[in-house]
Design a protein around this ligand. Structure first.
Ligand SMILES: O=C(O)CCC(=O)C(=O)O
Length: 264
């Protein structure tokens, strides 16, 4: 039986944790889900990964980075419930300091032994969202993710880009070589733990060297007032292909981008 007193909620989140998120650009929140919730979400996640069409990120030489089910919230009531989980989204709103909407969610799987790392990157360039300075991802572990199973590594503070510099697609060190020498923090998670990270922080994940698949749900939340800002023609592909019926400059306020959290 889970001791619900141990679950971290928006109400019990400390102001120190919020401050740390804002200065470092990421935070690890243990126990956002009870053991019963983890068991139910994991069983459904495994079923979705089995049944649904998956996308795969494969590298040329090193093998598979991961597979994922896109928009699992549209395919499974439980995945929708997890993406909109009031505890997780309430914490996200407190960290962001404002009302949020869900931008997208993905059900991720790093295959057992044989895959490769998730390379260093920032998320921001892939999001066609103006006012993305509060966009953040909640990455919820549905199995234990020790270092050996490919947990994430962050460069604390790297979410603050020098004036006039945009977080780039691809290799962040080309744009900011000094970041090579900044400390990195690797964050193993227990099943039911979550990390939140800012869309401009430089981060990566290790390879899965274990015989258990790494399964997690990564959901991106944006400012409730964010507007659609497509990338110029000819630039790298972004999630803008999925934006339907919204003109550039208009708010992303359709049912596809529901309000979340305590203030919704
Ligand atoms: O799950 C991973 O390996 C990487 C996830 C990630 O980079 C993200 O959610 O922004």
């Amino acid at each position: 039986m889970t001791n619900l007193m141990n679950i971290v909620t928006p109400q019990t989140l400390s102001s120190d944790t919020v401050d740390r998120y804002r200065s470092e650009g990421f935070v690890h929140i243990p126990r956002v889900l009870s053991a019963e919730e983890v068991a139910a979400y994991l069983a459904d996640a495994q079923e979705q990964l089995e049944r649904q069409q998956k996308l795969s990120w494969d590298t040329e030489g090193d093998g598979n980075v991961m597979d994922w089910v896109a928009e699992p919230e549209a395919k499974s009531a439980l995945m929708r419930r997890l993406a909109l989980h009031p505890g997780i989204t309430g914490i996200a709103e407190k960290l962001a300091g404002r009302p949020l909407r869900m931008f997208k969610t993905e059900l991720l799987r790093k295959r057992i032994t044989g895959g490769t790392i998730t390379p260093l990157h920032t998320d921001d360039p892939a999001f066609p969202v103006a006012g993305s300075d509060v966009t953040l991802t909640a990455w919820v572990a549905l199995v234990d993710v020790p270092v050996e199973r490919g947990c994430m590594t962050f460069i604390p503070g790297s979410q603050v880009w020098p004036e006039g510099t945009d977080a780039p697609f691809g290799e962040p060190f080309e744009a900011r070589p000094e970041l090579r020498w900044w400390p990195r923090v690797t964050v193993p998670l227990r099943a039911g733990d979550c990390t939140f990270h800012h869309s401009r922080i430089v981060h990566m994940a290790g390879a899965n060297e274990t015989d258990t698949a790494r399964i997690s749900l990564a959901t991106v939340y944006m400012d409730a007032a964010a507007t659609y800002h497509p990338a110029p023609a000819g630039s790298e592909p972004t999630y803008q292909d999925e934006v339907v019926g919204i003109e550039p400059g208009q708010p992303l306020d359709t049912d596809r981008y529901p309000r979340v959290g305590l203030s919704s």
